[in-house]
Design a binder for this molecule. Structure first.
Ligand SMILES: [Zn+2]
Length: 202
């Protein structure tokens, strides 16, 4: 039985992407993480940061009722306040935006659904790490140095393309996860998902 249940849903107006493809990709290549697609939470009002982006509070306030131990991932096409690609709350809620990622996915030869899969498992490991260490400073795991690692903090588009194309877990991050006692089964499940995303490469 899967040890980590993830609920995936659309947040805000529909962006013409297929979350079922993301869940299928993740569920088909490992058994530790199981992803369910929930009904979209579409009615979340208009973006109200400069009539353009959603404030983080609005996004998290529209999350479905939570079950302890499960993780909730909302996907939106609208920008997030502060121009973040992902934001998290507590150790069980994540928002991923597809804003500005279309060109990244295209250039990397990946679909947006694959981009969501890779981002989702990256955040899942981060949340586990945060839970295990009790430290919410993401700088403890993510690093500025780029090593084609999923925990690279990438700032420009070409680095993001590279990360999507070759994303792996670098030695330093693998050691940190191990030292924090993050379940090794979960780490290998994530590695399988990364391999699956890379396999689909054009
Ligand atoms: Zn790393």
């Amino acid at each position: 039985m899967a040890s980590q249940h993830v609920n995936l849903f659309e947040l805000g107006y529909s962006g013409n992407f297929d979350l079922r493809a993301t869940s299928k990709l993740i569920n088909s290549c490992q058994q530790e993480i199981s992803v369910d697609v929930l009904d979209g939470r579409c009615d979340i009002g208009k973006p109200d940061v400069g009539a353009f982006a959603y404030p983080r509070q609005t996004l998290f306030e529209h999350f479905p009722p939570r079950v302890d131990g499960e993780v909730y991932v909302g996907v939106t096409v609208a920008p997030i306040e502060g121009n973040s690609y992902t934001i998290t709350q507590d150790t069980d809620c994540v928002v991923i935006t597809l804003h500005r990622t279309q060109a990244v996915a295209a250039e990397a030869g990946r679909t947006r659904e694959e981009y969501v899969a890779q981002t989702l498992v990256t955040e899942l490991l981060w949340l586990e790490y945060e839970r295990a260490t009790g430290d919410s400073d993401f700088g403890k795991l993510f690093h500025k140095r780029t090593r084609a690692c999923i925990f690279d903090l990438v700032l420009d588009k070409s680095e993001k393309v590279h990360k999507l194309r070759r994303g792996r877990i670098c030695k330093q991050c693998a050691d940190k996860l191990e030292q924090a006692n993050v379940d090794s089964g979960l780490v290998s499940a994530v590695t399988n998902v990364l391999a699956q995303v890379q396999k689909s490469a054009a």
